[in-house]
Design a protein around this ligand. Structure first.
Ligand code: APR
Length: 272
């Protein structure tokens, strides 16, 4: 994504929408972390699903068929994330809650990285799990990764890497992510629905909108008459005519949105 490209201008009503919002929900996807060097899944030749077969890597059946293949791939993704840094978009979202009059900013992410938290966001819900919460495939016991279990860095995934074993039942350890065909964990899903239901504005940043039920959260906001703002250089599936679409990247748009609102507030304060 060429962030040097001239940035599409901010949709005119957006600063007012943000200025009037007290409780903000932000649904994020892989595009949110793209400018941190983490590949997205779809939409480009470098997308993960253009290079790797999800049926071989991202289903419970795939893990049962070939645990070392799947474990190696997630070990590589964990390394890529560990070496990445939050981008200006992550940092702007973390600062959003500090704006005067904002009561709450809830980040609901489909991402399995920890960049929102590393940027300082405290209210983060992971709908699709996390790369940092492995657990036993058989008994579910959370597994604490030992350094020795981490593979040496490689730019490409090593072919196979035997997953560690569970200290309680000896079962194989699996990545703490939600695979295709698996239900979302109920706790995070309920928190996500509550955050969107209670919000007076929904920002949707860097998701293709093709994966349910996460994508359906935008409908929840629309059904409640809440404004939906999409920040994505490309169109998102399921957009409604009333949505505000800013064809910009996360690291371009979010800092500017924050600055614009802060400038407007200072202007208000100066006005007699
Ligand atoms: N800023 C904002 N948006 C971006 C950027 C960027 N820098 N770069 C890419 N995008 C947009 C793309 O245009 C695309 O619409 O981000 C979106 C990424 O879409 P996907 O790769 O499909 O990722 P996502 O929507 O998060 O996928 C949903 O699918 O594979 C599963 O579990 C996985 O959580 C994931 C889910």
């Amino acid at each position: 994504m060429n962030t040097a490209a001239p940035m599409p201008s901010m949709p005119p009503g957006l600063p007012t929408l943000l200025k009037n919002a007290r409780r903000i929900a932000v649904l994020t996807g892989a595009g949110m972390s793209a400018e941190s060097g983490i590949p997205t899944f779809r939409g480009t030749r470098n997308g993960l699903w253009a290079r790797f077969d999800p049926t071989e890597l991202a289903t419970p059946g795939a893990f049962l068929r070939d645990p070392p293949l799947v474990w190696a791939w997630y070990a590589w993704r964990t390394q890529v994330v560990t070496r990445a840094q939050p981008n200006a978009g992550h940092r702007a979202l973390a600062q959003l809650v500090r704006r005067p009059g904002v009561e709450r900013v809830s980040v609901v992410t489909q991402n399995v990285d920890d960049l929102h938290e590393r940027a300082g966001s405290e209210d983060v819900v992971h709908l699709h799990g996390s790369l940092f919460t492995p657990r036993c495939f058989d008994c579910g016991l959370p597994h604490r990764m030992e350094d020795a279990e981490s593979a040496p860095w490689s730019a490409e995934p090593v072919e196979r890497l035997e997953p560690p074993r569970c200290v309680r039942c000896g079962g194989r350890i699996r990545p703490g992510v939600v695979w295709f065909g698996e239900a979302l964990p109920q706790g995070p899903w309920r928190r996500a629905m509550a955050a969107v239901t209670e919000a007076d504005l929904l920002l949707v940043v860097g998701t293709s909108g093709v994966v349910q039920p996460a994508a359906g959260l935008a409908d929840l906001a629309r059904d409640r008459g809440r404004p939906v703002v999409v920040i994505n250089p490309d169109a998102m599936a399921g957009m409604a005519p009333g949505d505000v679409h800013w064809r910009a990247t996360a690291a371009q748009a979010l800092p500017l949105l924050l600055r614009t609102c802060s400038a407007a507030e200072q202007e208000d304060q100066r006005r007699p």
